[in-house]
Design a protein around this ligand. Structure first.
Ligand code: NAD
Length: 243
């Protein structure tokens, strides 16, 4: 199997894109550890650990536990993330810091803790999670878009810094994906069914992206087949960025 012998961490792997990624990697032979605020929901993982990526001590303890229990770490998928709505007029410093702490520094903390282990791996890869919000100029997404733009820049810098250590770093840019996150947002609308139809109609390919489609892109970037690919981003957005 494609991921036989691969030991992976998926942050935020208990829901949505992270859960689909955990399932995809597990079914292809990987041992996956999910690090999540809500680990009991991680059904297909070999190991589920309660971890807050906004807390460095929590991250370091979780990553060391994975390395101990799995005997090493080959792949890190930095997927945990939270949303934010509004223009720069709407969010105060505390809100900026809260979302940056999870979406940007969270990926930094997990990568930093995993680097010593990835250096020992013959198949080391980090896959970060950006978003269409970083490339498409969506209205009222300033804070969220800034965090996802930072992930694109971080990916490129980390790719350059670690390529000679044999560690590849890439990112995926999902479009609007059919996950519990999006369904939570839709449920707040006056008419969730109409809102969903309108959202689907705004996608160039006429539907939401599936979590499995994003998981397949993550898996490609994490796999030895992408052994010469680093510092790149892969859009899984139904053509949103192209139009
Ligand atoms: P989701 O809300 O369904 O799942 C997110 C998971 O992350 C949850 O299990 C949650 O418990 C976990 N999490 C949140 N904060 C955490 C923290 N501090 N520490 C550890 N775990 C934490 O979300 P999703 O839609 O699957 O999104 C996953 C990733 O994809 C996010 O980074 C998001 O920004 C990105 N993304 C999503 C979409 C979309 O339309 N759904 C589009 C583009 C990018």
């Amino acid at each position: 199997m494609e991921f036989e012998g691969i030991r992976a961490i998926v942050t935020g792997g208990a829901s949505g894109i992270g859960a689909a990624t955990t399932a995809h990697l597990t079914r292809r032979g990987a041992k996956v550890a999910v690090l999540d605020l809500n680990p009991e929901a991680a059904s297909e993982a070999a190991l589920s650990i309660r971890c807050d990526v906004a807390d460095d001590a929590s991250v370091r303890a979780a990553v060391e536990r994975v390395a101990r229990e799995f005997g090493g770490i080959d792949v890190v998928v930095n997927n945990a993330g939270i949303g934010a709505q509004g223009t720069v007029a709407d969010n105060d410093d505390a809100e900026w810091q809260r979302v940056l702490d999870v979406n940007v520094i969270g990926a930094v903390r997990v990568s930093r803790a995993a680097l010593p282990h990835l250096r020992q791996s013959p198949a080391a890869a980090i896959v970060n999670t950006s978003s269409i919000a970083a490339t498409a100029g969506l209205p009222a997404r300033a804070l969220y878009a800034a965090t996802k733009g930072a992930i694109r820049a971080l990916t490129l810098s980390m790719a350059a810094d670690h390529v000679r250590e044999g560690i590849r770093v890439n990112c995926v840019n999902p479009g609007t994906a059919d996950t519990p996150w999006i369904n939570r947002l839709l449920s707040q609308a006056d008419d969730p069914v109409a809102e969903r139809a309108a959202l689907e109609a705004r996608q160039p390919h006429g539907r939401l992206v599936t979590p499995e489609e994003v998981a397949a892109a993550v898996a490609y970037l994490a796999s030895p087949l992408a052994g010469s690919t680093t510092g790149t981003e892969l859009a899984v957005d139904g053509g949103m960025q192209a139009v």
